[in-house]
Design a binder for this molecule. Structure first.
Ligand code: AP5
Ligand code: MG
Length: 201
């Protein structure tokens, strides 16, 4: 299964990607998580991208496309993957097309949510992390979310138009409870070719 989960910051991409990956036993490829791990480990890549991420801007297309191309070529992605947070620009979508070769995508699913709900979720996550004594995401605050949303509207909305033309493309209401969102995604995937076997409980 080769699935892309799209949606604005806070729409639930990471939450849903984890659940879908567990069901289908495929790797969760989150460019945000990969980049945050680089920042935390203070690698040269992490040092190069930290300020951009903290400001809510986009890391360069070449950097993220190279990361994803190498991950999807890995043996753990033999049976597929769920991409979360990539592609975020049309240039990244074209690079992904190239990396995928002939196989194509199983589906692209966009999670929809109102901006009001996104502010609530991101600000709540910041408060809850602080309360639990956990490290807070450097970009989880209202000012940076505003910039993340601006980047989403300018650079990523055109990617949804791109996929509507060329892949099975679906929208799911990201404001539903997490379990209901998962159920809807699973239901949509049942109608797609190349989904593979769902783990039985
Ligand atoms: P990234 O890590 O991808 O962040 P994001 O897209 O801005 O969004 P989030 O991860 O905050 O939200 P999410 O949609 O995953 O929702 P989540 O499940 O966490 O990117 C971060 C930065 O990295 C970018 O700004 C950029 O700088 C860089 N970057 C990454 N990829 C890049 C790329 N391809 N190109 C260039 N730069 C790139 O949920 C959010 C909160 O809501 C959680 O607290 C969760 O518990 C809660 N929640 C989730 N679902 C529900 C629900 N259904 N009901 C109620 N609460 C819910
Ligand atoms: Mg995420």
């Amino acid at each position: 299964m080769r699935l892309i989960l799209m949606g604005p910051p806070g729409s639930g991409k990471g939450t849903q990607a984890k659940r879908i990956c567990e069901r289908f036993r495929v790797p969760h490829l989150s460019t945000g998580d990969i980049l945050r791990a680089e920042v935390k480990a203070m690698t040269p890549l992490g040092s190069a991208v930290a300020a951009t991420m903290e400001a809510g801007g986009l890391v360069s297309d070449g950097t993220v496309s190279a990361i994803v191309a190498s991950r999807i070529a890995g043996t753990d992605a033999r049976n597929g993957f769920v991409l979360d947070g990539f592609p975020r620009t049309v240039s990244q979508a074209l690079a992904l097309d190239h990396a995928l070769g002939e196989g194509g995508l199983t589906a692209v699913i966009e999670l929809k949510a109102s901006e009001e709900a996104l502010y609530d979720r991101i600000c709540r996550r910041a408060v809850e992390s602080a309360r639990a004594g956990e490290p807070q995401r450097a970009d989880d605050n209202a000012d940076t979310l505003k910039r993340r949303l601006r980047a989403y509207r300018a650079e990523t909305l055109p990617v949804t138009a791109f996929y509507k033309q060329r892949s099975p493309f679906f929208q799911v209401d990201g404001l539903l409870a997490p379990g209901e969102v998962t159920d809807q995604i699973l239901q949509l995937l049942r109608g797609c070719d190349g989904v593979g076997t769902v783990k039985k409980y």
